[in-house]
Design a protein around this ligand. Structure first.
Ligand code: FE2
Length: 259
C-alpha cells in the first residue's frame, strides 16, 4: 500500500496548490491512501466543515490535527461525528473528537493516531504512554498503523519513532513546517521522518508573511501574523507498506516548489 502523507496545509495557498497538483502526485506515485495534517488549513489556524470537505473532495482520506485544532469554533459542531478527523490522542479525557481512527481504505483496515509533543507545547497526558495504549488497541484490528506526532523537539519525535519501532508502520512528525532530510526505515520496519514539512506559501516564514514575523523578532511589541501570499510548495512523504505485516518497505520525500 502506497501512502502519501502531506505536511501541514497552510491556508488557501496550501489548499489551492493541492487542488491543482494532488491528482498528479497520486498518479505518479501510485498512491492508495492520502493523509494530511490540516490544523492550519482554514485561514492559517484550525479547520472548518467547509475546508475539511474541500480537502476530502480532492482525495484526502484522513486529516490529523495538532495544537491549533480548536482555533475555528466551527469544529465543535462536527468533530464528534467525523471519523476522518483525528486530534491528538493525549489530550485530557472528555475532550471532544477522537485521538485515533480505524478507517477502511480499499478493503484494508488502517489505523491512524495523532499525538502531541510535550516540549514547548501545552501540558497534556504523556504521548508515549497514550501511544502505547492506542497502538495496542488498534493492533487487535490491523497491522497497518500510521502516527502523526505533532511536536516541536526533534529528540522527542525520534524517541517516539524508536519507541514504536516494529509495532507501527510509520511515525512521522509535523508542526515545525520545516521538512527534515532524515527519512529512514528503522531496524524493525517502521518508517520514520522527524518532520514532513509544510504545504503552503513558499516565500514565507512557516507560511506567514515574512515582514510581520521579522517585526516580531525585532521589536518588543506584539504583532498579528498574516498569511503569506505568492507561490506555493508541497511537502510530504510517500510510505510503502506491506499490507500483511504492516512493515514499511520504502519511504521517500516529496518536496515540490511551484515558483
Ligand atoms: Fe502545530
Amino acid at each position: 500500500m502506497n501512502t502519501l502523507i502531506i505536511g501541514d496545509i497552510v491556508g488557501r495557498t496550501g489548499r489551492n496548490i493541492l487542488k491543482d497538483k494532488l491528482k498528479g502526485i497520486i498518479a505518479e506515485n501510485e498512491i492508495n491512501l492520502v493523509i494530511a495534517n490540516a490544523e492550519n488549513a482554514a485561514g492559517g489556524n484550525g479547520i472548518t466543515r467547509k475546508v475539511a470537505d474541500e480537502l476530502f473532495e480532492i482525495g484526502i482520506s484522513a486529516l490529523t490535527m495538532g495544537n491549533h485544532v480548536w482555533d475555528q469554533k466551527d469544529i465543535f459542531n462536527f468533530i464528534d461525528d467525523e471519523k476522518r478527523i483525528i486530534r491528538p490522542a493525549n489530550y485530557l479525557p472528555n475532550t471532544p473528537g477522537r485521538g485515533s481512527s480505524l478507517l477502511n481504505i480499499n478493503d484494508m483496515k488502517v489505523g491512524i493516531i495523532n499525538l502531541q509533543g510535550t516540549v514547548f507545547m501545552p501540558c497534556n497526558r504523556n504521548p508515549f504512554l497514550i501511544a502505547e495504549q492506542e497502538v495496542n488497541a488498534l493492533r487487535e484490528s490491523t497491522n497497518i498503523i500510521i502516527i502523526d506526532f505533532h511536536a516541536e523537539a526533534t529528540s522527542e519525535k525520534i524517541a517516539m519513532g524508536h519507541f514504536l519501532n516494529g509495532r507501527v508502520s510509520c511515525v512521522y512528525g509535523t508542526h515545525t513546517h520545516v521538512q527534515t532530510a532524515d527519512e529512514k526505515i528503522l531496524s524493525e520496519g517502521t518508517a520514520f521522518i522527524t518532520d514532513v514539512g509544510m504545504t503552503g506559501p513558499y516565500d514565507s516564514i512557516l507560511g506567514m508573511d515574512k515582514e510581520r514575523i521579522i517585526q516580531k523578532f525585532t521589536s518588543s511589541i506584539p504583532v498579528k501574523f498574516d498569511l503569506a501570499k505568492g507561490p506555493a510548495q508541497i511537502n510530504g512523504i510517500v510510505v510503502k507498506i506491506d499490507e500483511v505485516s504492516g512493515k514499511c518497505t520504502d519511504i521517500y520525500r516529496i518536496n515540490k516548489n511551484y515558483t
